[in-house]
Design a protein around this ligand. Structure first.
Ligand SMILES: [Zn+2]
Length: 75
């Protein structure tokens, strides 16, 4: 299963990646391009050939958790 993360602020989207790798790219994109903006947007999941876009709530929750971890690692 692969996930593609879409930026909520611009037209950026990650390549199809595993969940943790995709999230990391999304967070890095936000840190680079939209500093100070909490990561959001949408995650698109590809499963058995079909793509489904889901809401941003889960992504935001996971991303915020990861952001804290990433921020802690950079200090
Ligand atoms: Zn962006």
């Amino acid at each position: 299963m692969a996930n593609r993360y879409w930026c909520g602020e611009c037209s950026f989207k990650t390549p199809w990646l595993g969940e943790s790798e995709g999230l990391r790219r999304q967070i890095e994109h936000y840190a680079d391009r939209h500093p100070g903006t909490p990561p959001g947007g949408q995650v698109e999941t590809r499963r058995r050939g079909s793509a489904v876009a889901h809401g941003c709530l889960r992504l935001t929750a996971v991303a915020l958790t990861l952001l804290v971890v990433v921020a802690a690692c950079h200090r």
